[in-house]
Design a protein around this ligand. Structure first.
Ligand SMILES: [Zn+2]
Length: 85
């Protein structure tokens, strides 16, 4: 994972540019999510008429919905919520 230097959004390693503000990854340091209340949401979402499947960590469903709304997309379905043991 890496975190955008400008807006603080979190992304997978294979994401090169921040979806929220367009900042390139460059040399943003990797980090690990250590909070125990974080869950991994697997979901389907849509932006500009194209459907995607996503997997990201959020504290709750409101966090997921807020994230997708922020980048201008639409949440279609939550497929799975993985909780840490
Ligand atoms: Zn950003």
């Amino acid at each position: 994972m890496w975190r955008c230097k400008k807006c603080g959004e979190a992304f997978e390693e294979n994401t090169a540019v921040c979806w929220s503000c367009g900042t390139a990854r460059r040399d943003a340091p990797s980090f690990e999510v250590k909070r125990k209340n974080v869950r991994t949401y697997v979901y389907r979402w849509k932006i500009n008429g194209v459907e995607y499947k996503g997997s990201r960590e959020f504290g709750d469903e409101a966090g997921l919905r807020g994230h997708i709304k922020k980048i201008g997309g639409e949440l279609l379905e939550i497929i799975e919520v993985k909780r840490y043991p």
